[in-house]
Structure formats: structure tokens, C-alpha cells
Design a protein around this ligand. Structure first.
Ligand code: SF4
Length: 349
């Protein structure tokens, strides 16, 4: 898929923007100075597909902790800093690859200059972002849509960085409302040359966030907008990574991942296809098997409806048929079904 051409920005060993792949980001849920917990969380997220992780900086201890964390993880790290410019300087000195900081929130011009000069020297990118809760007060007073307020707020921050000839910029504009988020990113994509980090803010717990995030982010991804993605979840960072990966895969932007299709089941179903589907998908995910697999409830419609799958299984009365590209290749009992399907899947690897 041809994506919107944005400026390429280096984040450690990664490059975002341009036609590079959309990178998966999550955020640590532990306090940054709790180094062991944070390192474990980052490494688990990396194993699940995270490309980069963001960490909050609440105090000097957190800013200092990057030095040790960097030694124990491989993926690039982003320090999330609000208001305190000294934490940004410490975090950069301790090896972060990117900082999230809104320069318009820092009153001391000399500090902004210091951060920018250090970021240039260390090749550290800066993400400027507006959330629905942090719209610039000068912009907030106007009676205009939230999407416009987000864009204008970001513009003010970007202009400060550009004034100091800093262009290693990434932008985000997050609302918790689906339409406002889509509108804001569409405008930003036209207005700024910089890569966009897409996501929602306050997206809710897992089940709610999955729907809300998919509703907001898929239209953008399918239009070629978005260079990094985060699915915010009131829950585990690991689940954010899995959700982002699945969404990118379903939008045709992440190849190395299985595709499972299964029918909703109905009165024709005479086997437990729900359990079988779950077990099969877990096997495909755990073993990184990049195949299109179907688990269907009946032989009447199953093989035909799922003929696009590389391989599939469809239930009958106490038995299943296994099919490849819609053509039945064997019959197996319900008890044998899982093992028989896995055996056939492994022949295709
Ligand atoms: S494939 Fe068969 S069991 Fe599944 S929903 Fe369709 S008709 Fe029902």
C-alpha cells in the first residue's frame, strides 16, 4: 500500500516515516525507576512485536533510570516528559532515542534551546503532541472543532522547534472521540511534512479500546496515514502490542502474521468450532505461522465460503473435513481434528 510520504526520522536504529513500515509502540505501565519490572515489560513487548517503547518521567530518578534500562533492552526508548526541561536533558544524556515534549509548555527559552541543541547532537527525535485534555489555552478559547484545536496546538509547538532549525519531529494529535481523531490526523497529514504517531487517548479497557481504536485508526491506515501506532488500553502493555499488530495485519500493513477466519456458527453447527478455532490460532501465533486458516461450523457452506484460505476445517456430525483452497482432502473424527489440522498446517510451512 502506498503511504503518505513524510519526512524520515531516525529513532535509534529505526527509521520512521517515508515508506518505512508502520512501527508498533506501547507504553510501560510501571514507574520508570522500577528498573527490573520495566525491563521485563519492555522485553516481553518486544517479543510480541513492539518496535519501540515509551516511558514516563515523573522525577529525576526516572530520568536517571534510562542509563541502566538501555543496557538491558534492545529496542529504542522514548522518554515522556511534561513541563520539566531538566528531566528531558537528563533523559537524553542517559541514552533515550526520542523524547515526547511540548516546547510550548516550557516558559524558559534558554532551556528549550538547550534541549534542542542536545537533541541535535545526540540525534534524538522530539515528538510534539496534543491531546484533547492538553489543548493550548490560546487555541481553546475559539469556537472551532476539537480536531482544529489539536492541529493548531501542535502547530505552535512545531514552530518553536523549527525556529531553532530542529526538524527531527514526530507529531501526534489524540482525542478520545473517533471522528475528531480521524479529522485531526487527516488535516495534520496535509499540513505537516513530519511523520505521524497515531492513536487515541483515554481509549478505555481492552474490549472497548479494541473497537474504538479500530474505528478511528483503520480509516487512517487505509488512507496511508500513520507512521507509528499505539493502541492505548487501560490494561497491559503486552495487549496493546498484540492489538496493534493484529490491526496492522488486517489493514494489509503487517505481513508476517497468521490470518484466522471462522464462521459465526449457527443451528447447523454440530461441533465445538469455537474452542477449536481458539486453539488453532494460538498455535499459529505461538509458532509464527504466516498462513490463512479457516475454522468453519459446517460442511454445507464451510469449504466454499472459506475457499480463499490456504487450509481449513469444517464440522459435520461428530466429525470434520479438512480442505485446502476449498477442496476437501480428508475426513477426521472430532477428537482427531486439532492434531490432524496442525499436521496439515505444518506440511504447508
Ligand atoms: S458456515 Fe455453516 S455453521 Fe457456519 S454460519 Fe455458515 S451455515 Fe452456519
Amino acid at each position: 500500500m502506498k503511504r503518505t510520504e513524510t519526512k524520515q526520522v531516525k529513532i535509534g536504529r529505526l527509521t520512521i516515516g517515508g515508506q518505512n513500515k508502520v512501527l508498533i509502540q506501547s507504553m510501560c505501565k510501571h514507574k520508570t525507576s522500577h528498573i527490573d519490572e520495566v525491563v521485563k515489560e519492555i522485553n516481553e513487548c518486544e517479543a510480541l512485536g513492539a518496535d519501540l517503547m515509551r516511558l514516563s518521567v515523573l522525577d529525576e530518578e526516572d530520568a536517571q533510570a534510562f542509563k541502566e534500562i538501555k543496557k538491558q533492552v534492545k529496542i529504542p526508548l522514548i522518554a515522556d516528559i511534561h513541563f520539566n526541561p531538566d528531566f528531558a536533558i537528563t533523559a537524553i544524556k542517559n541514552g533515550v532515542n526520542k523524547i515526547r515534549l511540548n516546547p510550548g509548555n516550557i516558559n524558559d527559552e534558554t532551556k528549550i534551546k538547550e534541549i534542542v541543541e542536545l537533541a541535535k547532537k545526540k540525534n534524538v527525535a522530539i515528538r510534539v503532541g496534543a491531546n484533547s485534555g492538553s489543548v493550548n489555552p490560546d487555541v481553546d478559547k475559539f469556537d472551532i472543532p476539537l480536531s482544529h484545536k489539536l492541529v493548531f496546538s501542535v502547530k505552535k509547538h512545531v514552530e518553536i522547534l523549527e525556529k531553532y532549525d530542529f526538524h527531527n519531529i514526530v507529531i501526534s494529535l489524540k482525542a478520545s472521540n473517533v471522528k475528531e481523531t480521524i479529522d485531526a490526523y487527516r488535516i495534520a497529514s496535509e499540513l505537516f511534512p513530519y511523520p505521524l504517531h497515531i492513536g487515541l487517548t483515554e481509549a478505555g479497557p481492552l474490549d472497548i479500546s479494541l473497537i474504538r481504536s479500530t474505528a478511528a485508526l483503520s480509516p487512517l491506515l487505509l488512507e496511508g496515514i500513520g507512521d507509528t501506532i499505539r493502541i492505548s488500553i487501560t490494561g497491559r502493555a503486552q495487549d496493546e502490542v498484540i492489538a496493534a499488530k493484529r490491526l496492522l495485519h488486517d489493514c494489509g500493513l503487517y505481513d508476517n502474521y497468521p490470518t484466522l477466519v471462522s464462521c459465526p456458527t449457527c443451528g447447523r453447527t454440530q461441533v465445538n468450532v469455537q474452542e477449536l478455532g481458539k486453539k488453532v490460532f494460538k498455535y499459529l501465533e505461538d509458532n509464527s505461522i504466516n498462513l490463512h486458516v479457516a475454522c468453519m461450523g459446517c460442511v454445507v457452506n464451510g469449504p466454499g465460503e472459506a475457499k480463499g484460505a490456504d487450509i481449513g476445517i469444517a464440522g459435520g456430525k461428530g466429525q470434520y473435513v479438512i480442505f485446502k483452497k476449498g477442496v476437501v482432502i480428508k475426513k477426521v473424527s472430532e477428537a482427531e481434528a486439532y492434531d490432524a489440522l496442525i499436521e496439515e498446517i505444518n506440511k504447508l510451512r
